[in-house]
Design a protein around this ligand. Sequence first.
Ligand code: ZN
Length: 433
Amino acid sequence: MIWNENAECMGREEKEEMQLALFQQQVKRVYENVPFYKKKFDDAGFHPDDLKTLEDVNKIPFTTKDDLRQAYPFGLFAVSEDDIVEIHSTSGTTGTPVVSGYTQKDIDIWGECTARAIAMADGGKHSKIHNSYGYGLFTGGFGIDHGAKAMGATVIPMSSGNTARQLKIMEDFQSDILTCTPSYAMYLAESLEKEGFGPDEISLHAGIFGAEMWTEEMRQSLESKLGITAHNIYGLTEIIGPGVATECKEQCGLHIQEDHFFAEIIDPKTLENLEDGETGELVLTTLTREGMPVIRFRTKDVTALRREKCDCGRTTVRMDRITGRTDDMLKIKGVMVYPSQIEAAILQIEGLTANYQIHVSRPKTLDEIEVKVETSPEVFSDEMKKIEEFERRIARKIQSAIGISVDVTLVEPESLPRSEGKAIRVIDERNFD
Ligand code: ZN
């Protein structure tokens, strides 16, 4: 089902006309109401009247995460604090948190976007949405909640944690759409498996997973374990939260809600706009948001845009699944390498875990790259000769994914260092001085 056919299936010309009008209105609004933007535009020699066509968008300066941090907590609000009805925030684990304020209209827009997402997963009034995204300052729980309510579905506000209770409620209430991070979905799937529940005993038919990077292999695994169609959802607190873009059943990219968000791809080094199909950094503008409009926000997420026709009938531009963060990008032997490419290659091989560590060094004049991968306990007990063969096979797989040769070392399960429960992915020992 298409939730909002008018918006989601609009012709390109009409849509671009609408986007331009909204964009013009938005830059004017922030110029008049947010001193940060007035200064930023003035410094760059840009005036809202300079925006005459969508091609002029590249005259507008970018907004970065650091800009948003410096505005902590409410420096970017474009309305009076009295008009803000909800606040969310990033966790701030990597620095000052970013705060996001919403007016009632913003909440309605957000709910509209996540309702479209739920409809893409075949949800509707009849659905029981098992919402295991965290409720709180994190946008996941409330974002899905607003959408479920906007469409009149039943939302089961589970939040995350207490797995035994999650499974019991899922069974007793006959939940049919699961919403959470893909890693939590995997944890739930494995717990169900342990309890003896196969895909046929679970009433779920779809999952909407996001808020972290995941691979196609992980999708296939979740779909078979839970007997669902797994949809990728994308969003970020800085822009609104989940629902900026979601995959339809065709699973060929995430449809961006273009009547609310304007998407561009730039080269993170030169900052030039890239063409459709070219991979680079996603830049987003909120076209309709009132509380905290964000103009040309550099997401640091790496993807590409596609405008070919989608079989679902929606005409909105699609973005590829996020394949990396510009922060994580490594340049090795002159080639751009994302740890996620290496992860995807590793996950295609049976007997390996997703715990790996990439060591980049330059012992003489050439970069060397070694990937340490934790095996499953069964594999590690095998004889040495087999291990070496296995290492070479993994190295070939990674080389075909990233285009440069690597050394692979298998290490014991649980032996790679972890920080706050997460493995440390990259150690770059090169000295660039
Ligand atoms: Zn589609």
